[in-house]
Each structure stands twice: as C-alpha cells, then as structure tokens.
Design a protein around this ligand. Structure first.
Ligand code: PLP
Length: 466
C-alpha cells in the first residue's frame, strides 16, 4: 500500500469489496473518499473538486444536495419514514402514481414498487411469464432480448443481458434468453445501406418470432441506447417495428427505461422517440436521482387483470421487497416529477444537449484517433480507434481525466459522459477540453504514432467497464 493513502482509504481497503472493480487495482489507486457534494461537484477529503459528469452512475438529474429535494426529504423523514407496504399505503406513493400516469406513454396505469433496477427487471419477467400462464398460454416461457443488452446483474436479469464480462462466470446458473441483432446507427453507411442493415436485423427477429411465438413470453429492450454496452445507439424505426411485431404475436414488450428514462435522451422516456406504447416499463435511477433506492414497474390494466381473481384461484403476484414503496423514495420521486414540470427540464436538456453535440463535433471531428462520436439528448460517447492494443485505454484516460477534476467513465475503448442537467455551457466546455487533453496525454505517454493505427477495434461484448 502506498504511504500517501489517507486513513480512511486504508480502512476502506481493509473492509470494503467495491462493485464493478478489481480490488487489486486499488493497490496503486485507491477509491476516492468523497466528503460532500454540491450541484455538479463531488468534493474529496482534501477539498479537491470533481465534476460528476456521469451523474454518479446515471442517477443524478438536478445536482447533488439539491435544495428542493433536500427540503422534501427532510419533511418526509419527520412525518413518515417507512411503513410496511403489504396492506398499507401512504400519500406519497399514491400521488407519485397519479403524477407518473400523466407523463408515461398511454396504457401504463398500474404500478408495482421495488428498490433497485435489477429487481424491477425480475418483476417484469415474472409478471410476463405469469400473465401468459394465467391467460391460457402456459407454454409462453421464453424471453427475447437484444445483443449487447444490459438489464442488471441478478441471475434473472443476466439471462436477458448480453455483456459477457458480467455473464460469463455465472452461465451455469442462468436461464438464457434468445438474443437478436441490433441495427446500430452508423454514420459511415448511406441511408440506403442503413435501411438494408436495419431490414436484415428485423428480418432475423421476424423469423425467430414467426417460428417460436407460441413459446415466447416477452421481448425486453433498452430503448434506443444500450448504456452498459458503451452507449451504443440504434434506430427508433427498428423499435417501432419491434412493437408492432410483438403486439401481433401476443408477446409483451418490456421497455427498460432504468437508464434512459427521465429526460436523458431529450424526451421524458426514450421509447417516445419511436412513438410506441410498451406493455411493461421499468424505471429506477433518475426516478429518485440518487437520493434513495427506488424502482417501479409500470404495467397495463390488461396485465393487471390477469392477476385479479378470488384468492382461492391462486393468481396473486408474489414478489415483495422489504423496502417496496418506501415513503422517502416516493416523496423524492414525486418532487422530481414536479421539478420536471415546473422548471421546463426537457427544454433545458435539449438546449444543453445541442450545445454539447456542437462543441464535441467541433473538437473531435478531425481527430485521427476517434472512431465515432455518439450522441443523444445530454449523453455523449467517444469511441477511440484501437490506438493501443492490449491496453486498458478507456480506463487510463479516465484516470488522467479524474486527476484533472473531471469524472467520466470508460467502457473498453469508449469514454462517455451523461452529466446532471444543471451543467452549464462553460462546464460542458471544460468537460470536453479535459477529455481532449486526457486522450492526447495518453497518446503522448504511450508514444503512439497516429499514422500507424490501422484497423478499427472490432466491438466486442466483453469490453471492460473497469
Ligand atoms: C442500471 C441498470 C439496470 C439495473 O439497475 P440497478 O439499480 O443497478 O439494479 C438495469 N437496466 C439498465 C438499462 C440499467 O442501466
């Protein structure tokens, strides 16, 4: 252990097994101990500030220690902190559902509560399976999902996920769903070429579904953007066609808006870009903006009705979590919806997003080391060419940027950012310039000759998020 570690860092390494990390990496670079946070900034033990440009794992929307949210959480904590949610209810939960229904796509009007995204995915899969069981289709037990998908890391969620690094070790434990090709947006293709590619992907799905629909319960998608795959983006037209096809064959469409919901893509929910109405939607992350673990599953009345029967019929949905419907989480989520409405948040996201896109293109469009800049809403991802084979390129650039006071995240050769909506244009400029400097510093340290990088790195679904 290096002797410049603080006492807290030493104790952290003594006790804590951190998520999404190789603990040995911390021998040289221990986790940063954050003392407090304000708005866009995290502040460490030494008082150093970091711009939190990944919204603390995609959750924070309106800045850390937001005064408006702090106020309601304080009031709620002094009124009702928790109550068993079986046979009991409370006003924050009821009001939250009432407000959510107004902003959700049509048809989603019944709500189940959970306390994290993965468990909401488990609930969605169980609901779909049990719906078919109770409506005369017990043979519908299979799940379809997209290649490179991520839906969380519990055993059920891993079955519909397709990021090898998370799944590989646990395969013997997993009920594997079918994975289908995704028409990723690609600027190098002409509109005709892209259409052909999209048609091919869709034709694969059509074939799979036409042959097997009697056994398929649901199809689950991350709408438009696959976050954990490295902010990979696909066409909304494909999603629209998926909706039509699944509807035709009595297959539920589960829309996993855990990452992309609540304005990230410039619409309240990303599925709105495709103008579709899913049967089931999972929401978490932005829902409570990092203040409290809460997740929800939003379903149609049709699905709800399949469980509504005399007790003796045994059609109840048995899935509970101790913290389901916790009042603090509900009150926070309610306030977040109010902030959206009262402060015209979507307009703001689109304005700042357009600025981010314009500036990113200006800075990176002519750089030899960039393979692609992907963008939607207030999310940007820079994928680099294979500038240093066998190196953890993104990870090292992330470390350089962090030293400069900017928190971004790596996935393989991609670095990405999805800042809270309070970020200013000046701060966007700082973010992009730090990315530029960090990449170029890396290139210099490694002595990389940009004229010699030949092939683009082929995308693989085991790109490391470390
Ligand atoms: C984060 C995430 C999940 C899992 O949510 P957790 O709260 O981390 O369990 C599922 N799906 C998507 C798309 C996510 O981004």
């Amino acid at each position: 252990m290096a002797n410049n570690f603080t006492e807290l860092q030493k104790k952290d390494l003594k006790y804590i097994f951190h998520p999404c990390a190789q603990m040995k990496d911390f021998e040289n670079n221990p986790p940063l101990v954050i003392k407090k946070a304000e708005g866009l900034y995290l502040i460490d033990e030494h008082g150093k500030k970091y711009m939190d440009c990944i919204s603390s794992w995609w959750v924070n929307l309106f800045g850390h220690c937001n005064p408006r949210i702090n106020k309601v959480i304080t009031e709620q904590i002094n009124t009702l902190e928790h109550v068993i949610f079986a046979n009991f209810a409370h006003e924050p939960a009821i009001q939250l559902c009432e407000e959510l229904e107004k902003v959700l796509p049509n048809g989603l009007n019944k709500f189940l509560f959970s306390d994290n995204g993965s468990s909401s995915i488990e609930m969605a899969l169980k609901l779909s399976f049990q719906y078919h069981l109770q409506t005369g289709n017990p043979q519908k037990t299979k799940f379809i999902s997209l290649q490179n998908a991520y839906h969380g890391e519990t055993i059920g969620a891993l079955g519909v996920g397709d990021v090898d690094i998370f799944t590989e070790t646990y395969r013997p434990l997993i009920k594997e769903g079918r994975k289908v090709k995704v028409p990723y947006l690609n600027e190098n293709l002409s509109p005709d070429e892209f259409q052909k590619y999209e048609d091919e992907c869709f034709a694969d799905l059509v074939e799979l579904i036409e042959k097997n629909h009697s056994e398929i319960a649901c199809m689950i998608v991350e709408p438009l953007v696959q976050g954990a795959a490295g902010m990979m983006m696909y066409s909304h037209n494909y999603l629209k066609k998926v909706r039509e096809l699944t509807k035709k064959y009595n297959i539920h469409l589960i829309d996993d808006e855990i990452a992309m919901g609540f304005g990230r893509t410039g619409k309240m929910f990303a599925c709105e870009h495709a103008g579709i109405e899913p049967d089931i939607m999972c929401i978490a992350k932005g829902l409570s903006s990092g203040y409290y673990p809460i997740a929800m599953v939003c379903i149609t009345t049709d699905i709800f009705n399949a469980f509504y029967a005399d007790y003796k019929e045994g059609k109840s949905f048995l899935h509970s979590h101790t913290y389901s419907g916790n009042p603090l989480g509900c009150r926070i989520a309610l306030e977040i919806l109010r902030i959206f409405k009262e402060e015209n948040i979507l307009e703001l996201v689109n304005k700042k997003g357009a600025y981010l896109k314009k500036q990113a293109q200006k800075i990176f469009s002519n750089k030899k080391y960039i393979k692609e800049y992907r963008h939607i809403g207030l999310i940007g991802a820079l994928e680099l060419k294979d500038i240093a084979p066998n190196e953890r390129v993104g990870r090292q650039i992330y470390e350089i940027a962090l030293k400069k006071g900017v928190l971004i995240r790596p996935i393989g050769n991609t670095i990405y950012f999805m800042p809270p909506y309070i970020i200013t244009e000046e701060e966007i400029d700082i973010l992009l310039n730090v990315c530029l400097e960090s990449i170029e510093e890396f290139i210099q340290i490694k002595n990389i000759d940009l004229d010699k990088i030949s092939e683009n790195k082929k995308r693989e679904n085991n790109d490391s998020p470390f």
